[in-house]
Design a protein around this ligand. Sequence first.
Ligand code: GTP
Ligand code: SPV
Ligand code: MN
Length: 597
Amino acid sequence: MELTTNKNVLDFVQKYVDLMKPDKVEWIDGSKKQLNELTKIAVSTGEIYKCNQKLLPGCLYHRTAVNDVARVEGRTFICSREQKNAGPTNNWMDPKEAYAKLDAIADGCMKGRTMYIIPFSMGKIGSKFAKYGIELTDSIYVVLNMAIMTRVSAKVLTKLGDSDDFVRGIHSKVKLEEENRYICQFPEDNTIYSLNSGYGGNVLLGKKCFALRIASYQGWKEGWMAEHMLILGVQKPDGDIKYITAAFPSACGKTNLAMLIPPETYTKKGYKVFTVGDDIAWIRRGKGGMLYAVNPENGFFGVAPGTNVKSNPNALATTRKDTIFTNVVYDPKKKTVWWEGLDKNPPKNVLDWKGNKWSGGMVDAEGKIIKGAHPNSRFTAPAKNCPCLSSEFENPKGVPISAIIFGGRRAKAAPLVYEARDWKHGVFVGSIMASETTAAAAGAVGVVRHDPMAMLPFCGYNMADYFQHWLDMGKKVKNKPKIFNVNWFRTDDEGNFLWPGFGDNMRVLDWIIRRCEGVVDAVETPIGYMPKPEDINLDGLDMSVDDLKQILDCDKKVWSAEAEDIENYYRSKFGDTLPKELYAELAKLKKNLRKRA
Ligand code: GTP
Ligand code: SPV
Ligand code: MN
């Protein structure tokens, strides 16, 4: 039954029913009963497996097509009317051409299938931050994931009333053909059109497509920001909580930092860390001249490999019920799941992420270990399962931000942590972010590329305008967060990480917070303020101040080369369109490097 009389919604649905020609249409109200019935259908067709309900109550298992396991940046388009509004970092398609191309692929694609209509909210329904969407899909897997990741409810339609202010999401698996896979965003039409994929970031349209690509555009127009950031709260022994957001590229440690458990030297003093979000932050100006952040999502779509009781016990605990596992190892007898880095006992005689027979320790013809789980295998888990979920998770006003952290995966160059001199310099620091590519997107892994603010694949408009928007936001905010850059991934010549990372990243957060409070000194370097090595708490770590000095350095030679590279990047990508403040910051960096040489 239709859940609304909103003509804008009904017209939208009808248009795609006429085009895609589903046998049946079903409105999703988000009720447990309906989701259970859909699960039953998906289990009966083999689309989804039910896990062992004693060990993993409410948990499900799914495998995507082998050619469809990550975001496809090369097939992701920003379809603004003018190419310049997509900018130099996005693929662009003319919207007319894009609709025609996609409509032709979608014609009749749901014959023999059911179209599910999912009303969902990003952000708490009814809050100032909230934005609503309707996703059409022919995938039960998508419905079940959306019901975890977003707020799926008939209430969304009630709140929407007769309004036209909703994001239109159109998704079909079609035939999962790689050559006809398209992830198109139409920011000026509030529309997302995704065909021929069944993988997370390509099809859970509330996430990257809406909450980042469309929302970043909305934020630009409306004076707020949509960022690829985690949000966490650090509670100090005196009870005061400082909130921090951090932008790292995909698979560079957001979920891990958001859920970190501090080392004993902190817990015994009473420090606690709370998670508000692990991937996306919507940020607005608020009380006290500060920036406030909410997590618009309702669940975590986290990287499975490497998640274990030691690295991230909170994430692991979050996945023990009502979770969907995708592309990990499945034991069809025990109905349990496994992934590399879960424990040291890989199962035998089970199925790998492709559904092939697999046993831990199996090697290929060259003697190389065959992995059981895909490196980008994921869990979809409800936020409310998270043991360290912040009590502010549902706060409709968001949390006040004291610090913003940028960070990437850099074997060399970038030090453990440094602080920007001011907001403008901080925007520069975000704009020059570079990071090694990971398995979260299709393509080569481990290649250093520029990824400004970790938004390269997610900015829904011209990146030069996005930089300007950052600069402008700074002008409007009185009590601006301080901006920092971190790198957990420095390695020695043998490729070993030089910093323990994970829970021990608390030691860096501690310095950051003390900087925000103005209670600790710093050393001025050409790239910004760096900690005095003795100001990083190493208590309980097998690491000397000398070891630490290795990763708290600003090598002038390395940074001079870095500055050249930034200049090339700026000039070749953006030329005159780049805000002149950023060229001025680059000039300052070069001068600092010369001065102190
Ligand atoms: P997306 O969900 O793709 O946006 O990823 P994410 O940024 O949330 O990354 P996540 O926390 O899932 O971590 C990705 C990978 O980085 C995992 O394999 C982690 O084990 C690894 N990782 C996370 N934090 C650290 C760290 O502090 N040090 C090291 N060496 N590895 C880390
Ligand atoms: C990322 O790649 O940054 C993710 C996973 O968070 S996806 O939803 O697939 O984009
Ligand atoms: Mn992400």
